[in-house]
Ligand binder design. Structure first.
Ligand code: FES
Ligand code: FES
Length: 160
């Protein structure tokens, strides 16, 4: 086998993929270019902006700070898998729509993958907790208030 390439198996949004990847390929590039899942956005490529956030075994991680080979054997969730199989929005997607939680939308996939994982762990967050959870995701458009409103509304609805 070529030393610069590795065979990996990853599950992405419930689908298993076997791929040969270059050792140095970033996970964000793998998702976007090898699997065509361009909903994972790339902003800074330095772990700062949060636009590339995905979930790895349920935990939010920055796909620009991982190599594709490090995802071997792991389960990944991306924004493309967030809506239900029938296309129904996740409650946070619906709340982002209802509360105008996005403008250009560049940060939105990262926000959603960060905050859906947060809501799984914190079903009844305070506004301050929601703001802290959001603090690693940069948004140049909204001023954050509408995103926070959406997170609190989604939490409310998810609790029933
Ligand atoms: S692109 Fe990964 S954190 Fe900015
Ligand atoms: S909606 Fe434009 S960066 Fe957040």
């Amino acid at each position: 086998m070529d030393n610069d390439f590795h065979d990996i198996t990853v599950t992405v949004n419930g689908i298993s993929y076997n791929k040969r990847v270059e050792s140095r390929m970033l996970l964000s590039d793998f998702l976007r270019h090898e699997l065509g899942l361009a909903g994972t956005h790339v902003g800074c490529e330095h772990g700062v902006c949060g636009a590339c956030t995905i979930q790895l075994d349920g935990e939010p991680v920055r796909a620009c700070l991982m190599l594709a080979v490090q995802a071997n054997g792991r389960a990944i969730a991306t924004i493309e898998g967030l809506a239900g199989p029938d296309g129904a929005y996740h409650p946070l997607q619906q709340a982002m729509h209802d509360h105008h939680g996005l403008q250009c939308g560049y940060c939105t996939p990262g926000v959603l993958m960060t905050m859906t994982a947060f809501l799984d762990e914190h079903p009844a967050p305070s506004e301050q907790e929601a703001r802290e959870a959001l603090s690693g995701n940069l948004c140049r458009c909204t001023g954050y208030q509408h995103i926070v409103d959406a997170v609190l509304d989604a939490a409310d609805k998810m609790r029933g």
